[in-house]
Design a protein around this ligand. Structure first.
Ligand SMILES: Nc1ncnc2c1ncn2[C@@H]1O[C@H](COP(=O)(O)OP(=O)(O)O)[C@@H](O)[C@H]1O
Ligand SMILES: N[C@@H](CCOP(=O)(O)O)C(=O)O
Length: 297
């Protein structure tokens, strides 16, 4: 059977709305094997165990692109990326399904083709690009509808603390509350900040990360959907951490150096919210992988 392993992704990174994203060391896998029936799906909530399942939809899209018939499939999901928490669970499904079809037919799709197909399904490239390539990726759609992506190394001195609340925020809702227009002044602010942030993350410059990550495009609106936003931000900042809303939330990501500060932040947040999932994670540098395997792990 085929195993596709995909990293979770943290999109936007403050000022990079819909264009900047980071792959992190939290992984989900999906296994594809032949089946006597049309489709069997396990490892996800029952409401997704049907033909509307996003992984299956992406697999079918991959077959169409490759001009291949859709095989009878058994899909087994080993999921570690929480759903609707702003860590790219939908990107996992889309990249997992497309890459599954590519591996099934051994068709050797390029990462560029994969990114183009995945972006059309997801609607924005900021999660699917790092899910495919790893590291931090900045992407945009050019005038010919091609996706251009630029790849950044993140400095090893930084650690990422993923703070996952026990409540979800739907991406659709978090997009629907955003204004439809923005001023030239705000656009200029965002461009300057985003460029500085990319360099600061490469250099591990915590002071510049802290200044440049401050967003005016989505975070002020979306923070209203996360009741614990302000208190969590204050805890992070009291130990020299910088916090942003991961994707559309509810996860909050804290960037901090490799000192004891990270441990203090985790301890304080866990003490306040024992049922939240708070983890130290690293940057994933590989992106999605595929392998033939005999066992499900
Ligand atoms: N493990 C999974 N199994 C089936 N469907 C999933 C899984 N993970 C995510 N999805 C799909 O992705 C959607 C969540 O996407 P979205 O709201 O964008 O949140 P996220 O921030 O996690 O990407 C779900 O409604 C579902 O359609
Ligand atoms: N740029 C998108 C990113 C959504 O990421 P997700 O992980 O919440 O699906 C947005 O901000 O809407």
């Amino acid at each position: 059977m085929i195993r596709i392993k995909v990293p979770a992704t943290s999109a936007n990174i403050g000022v990079g709305f819909d264009c900047l994203g980071l792959a992190i060391s939290l992984y989900s896998s999906v296994y594809f094997e032949e089946n006597s029936q049309k489709l069997t799906i396990s490892g996800c909530p029952e409401k997704f165990q049907n033909e509307n399942n996003l992984i299956y939809q992406a697999f079918v899209r991959g077959c169409q692109y490759l001009n291949q018939p859709v095989p009878n499939l058994k899909i087994t999901i080993k999921n570690n990326i929480p759903i609707s928490r702003g860590l790219g669970s939908s990107a996992f499904c889309i990249v997992g399904g497309l890459k599954g079809a590519d591996a099934w037919f051994q068709s050797g799709l390029s990462k560029e083709e994969l990114l183009s197909l995945a972006t059309k399904m997801e609607g924005h490239p900021d999660n699917v690009a790092p899910a495919i390539y790893g590291k931090m990726v900045s992407s945009f759609v050019d005038s010919d509808d091609n996706i251009e992506s630029v790849h950044f190394d993140i400095n090893d001195e930084l650690q990422f603390i993923t703070i996952i609340p026990n409540y979800a925020v739907s991406t659709n809702q978090a997009r629907s509350i955003l204004p439809s227009e923005m001023s030239y002044q705000t656009a200029t602010y965002q461009v300057g900040h985003a460029l500085a942030l990319a360099k600061a993350l490469e250099d591990g410059n915590l002071a510049l990360i802290h200044k440049s990550i401050v967003d005016k495009m989505h975070e002020p609106y979306r923070s209203t959907l996360i009741p614990d936003y302000q208190t969590t931000k204050e805890i992070c900042e009291s130990f020299d951490g910088t916090m942003y809303i991961s994707g559309s939330g509810s996860t909050m990501m804290c960037i901090v150096d490799q000192t004891e500060n990270g441990l203090q932040i985790v301890d304080q947040i866990k003490a306040l919210h024992p049922d939240w999932n708070v983890q130290h994670l690293n940057v994933d540098t590989q992106g999605a992988t595929s392998e033939m395997t005999k066992v499900i792990v």
